[in-house]
Design a protein around this ligand. Structure first.
Ligand code: KIV
Length: 254
């Protein structure tokens, strides 16, 4: 698709029902993001989600995906301790969830783990720029790689990930011109989020783009629906119908 100039559309997904709908609508890749920690579990950060929780969610998404390639995020702590542990966890994710690939955050510092995974037959997607598992080092979720030194390191890391055999790289919340330069400099497809229009594809968090997450509206996010309003209206109507005994009707009863 990169070679053909066809843009790649990716969304996150965390359950069978929505994965089935998103897959049917023509998505190319589904990411079971560790953003599940925020979206599904209500945590402030991605850090608390576990291997067992990621595998549980990914199983449902895999069952719902008939066409899309399914990628599972490796949770914080599952690949940083040692290369051996990283490979063991990556293999466990593939074996137990049935997904196609894993994604992990970082560049040169996790390159040995990435190399071992790829050697073991695990397809790996990289993730550079704003890497939310490092929020405590970054001190927030601001734009990354604005300064030359960080931009140069990001370009260097992207080339290393590409050479190591990553099948794709996510670039999150970095200047659009840098994302475009990186996209041209590497052979694998680059998927952007908050990284402008010069990448090979885009990814968004499903609940954000559907307008389910009302409080979150960063500049890079477009709401393609306003489902929070629909859900509240439907539930309000259901509550009223139960309270005034109009639900269930005779036709809805056995
Ligand atoms: O966890 C996630 O949802 C992600 C995307 C934002 C790329 O990593």
């Amino acid at each position: 698709m990169k070679a053909a100039g066809e843009k790649i559309a990716m969304l996150t997904s965390y359950d069978f029902t929505l994965a089935s709908l998103v897959d049917e609508a023509g998505i190319d890749m589904l990411l079971v993001g560790d953003s599940a920690s925020n979206v599904v579990c209500g945590n402030q950060y991605t850090l608390p989600i576990t291997m067992d929780e990621m595998i549980f969610l990914t199983k449902g998404v895999v069952r719902g995906a008939q066409h899309a390639l399914v990628v599972c995020d490796m949770p914080f702590g599952s690949y940083q301790i040692s290369e051996e542990e990283a490979v063991r966890n990556a293999i466990r994710i593939l074996k137990e969830s049935g997904c196609d690939a894993v994604k992990l955050e970082g560049g040169e510092e996790i390159l040995p783990a990435i190399r071992h995974m790829i050697q073991a037959g695990v397809p790996v997607m990289g993730h550079l720029g704003l890497t939310p598992q490092s929020v405590n080092q970054f001190g927030g979720y601001g734009l990354r790689a604005k300064e030359n030194a960080e931009a140069e390191k990001l370009m260097h890391d992207a080339k290393l990930l590409d050479q190591a055999g990553c099948f794709s790289i996510v670039l999150e919340k970095i200047p659009a011109d840098l994302a475009e330069k990186v996209t041209k400099a590497v052979s694998c497809p680059v998927i952007g989020i908050g990284a402008g229009n010069g990448t090979d594809g885009q990814v968004l968090v499903l609940h954000d783009m559907l307008g389910l997450n009302q409080g979150f509206k960063p500049k890079f996010l477009r709401h393609f629906a306003q489902l929070a309003e629909n859900v509240k209206t439907a539930v309000g109507e259901y509550v009223a119908a139960v309270k005034d005994s109009s639900f269930p009707s005779a036709e809805e009863s056995y």
